[in-house]
Design a protein. Structure first.
Length: 195
């Protein structure tokens, strides 16, 4: 009897939101356009703040009486956003498919708010295959002091590597800032059958 299997991997990821700002990512493709009105359905009194192409987009809020200011705003895998909330949210549940095959996240010179297109926890270069280029990475934890951790990377074999904090580990559903001296494409080929 022949084996039958699906090439699609569907799942969900629960991401808690703490009071204040949270730097989050949508780790799954929901195939309905990845609109914030779908991704954060039923989560009120929050504001989405995306940084794209060197500028912040207008903040987008979800009011319990009036709904979303911009319900068509998207948050696709590979992007990131600050999500601000006045009260803790135990879990925002992202539902969708794992992005597989050849992926590309085009990042510009300067500051980028980014995330892994592949929903996988790991070291940024070693596991998540970020390009080995000069960069500074900033991760954000709302309940840490300080809230930002800074990781500088120099690809020079003699002087290079990560600083004293070592290589940053990025979690599923976590976005981060990366400052680049030149534009890069973060490419990866991924399959759930052969990670």
């Amino acid at each position: 009897m022949a084996q039958v299997y699906s090439v699609n991997a569907v799942g969900y990821v629960n991401t808690p939101l703490k009071v204040g700002y949270n730097l989050v990512a949508n780790p799954l493709d929901n195939k309905a356009g990845n609109k914030v009105s779908d991704l954060f359905k039923g989560v009120f009194n929050i504001s989405i703040n995306k940084f794209k192409n060197g500028v912040y987009e207008d903040p987008n809020s979800n009011d319990p009486e009036f709904g979303w200011g911009n319900p068509d705003q998207t948050l696709v895998p590979g992007e990131g956003a600050f999500v601000q909330t006045a009260t803790a949210v135990p879990a925002v549940t992202f539902v969708g498919e794992v992005v597989q095959g050849d992926t590309k996240n085009s990042l510009k010179a300067g500051y980028n708010m980014a995330s892994s297109i592949v929903p996988q926890t790991g070291k940024l270069i070693t596991d998540l295959k970020f390009p080995s280029v000069a960069m500074t990475v900033y991760t954000y934890a709302p309940d840490a002091s300080p809230q930002y951790a800074t990781y500088a990377y120099d690809p020079d074999p003699e002087l290079g590597g990560w600083g004293e904090l070592g290589e940053p580990v990025i979690a599923v559903g976590q976005a981060f800032w990366v400052q680049l001296t030149a534009a890069v494409d973060w490419t990866r080929t991924f399959s759930v059958n052969t990670p």
